[in-house]
Design a protein. Structure first.
Length: 97
């Protein structure tokens, strides 16, 4: 084990972090190892602050992309409801019986 506050995250610490997420336990170890390897660019066995900054930037970009997609989906849904509200109301009345 490494000293606390040494400025890096080793695989055991990273695996512990992933285990605390909502991932299924049987997948979390493999997922953690694969993810760790992809960000441990210099293969030092730890993720330093520069490698972590890249990981954090990717997480932020994915969050922004999901947020944009949710906004687009909500907008399209609103357009569809506005355009087809009469048809939708008719279908509800007809098929609810």
């Amino acid at each position: 084990a490494e000293p606390i506050g040494d400025g890096t995250i080793d695989l055991a610490e990273f695996r512990g972090f992933v285990a605390r997420t909502d991932l299924r336990p049987e997948r979390s170890v493999k997922f953690a190892m694969d993810l760790f390897k992809s960000y441990d660019v210099d293969t030092s066995g730890s993720i330093d602050k520069y490698e972590f900054a890249e990981l954090a930037a990717e997480i932020e970009a994915n969050y922004k992309r999901r947020t944009a997609l949710v906004g687009v989906a909500a907008g399209l849904s609103a357009l569809a409801v506005g355009k087809y509200s009469e048809e939708f109301a008719w279908a509800q009345k007809t098929f609810r019986g």
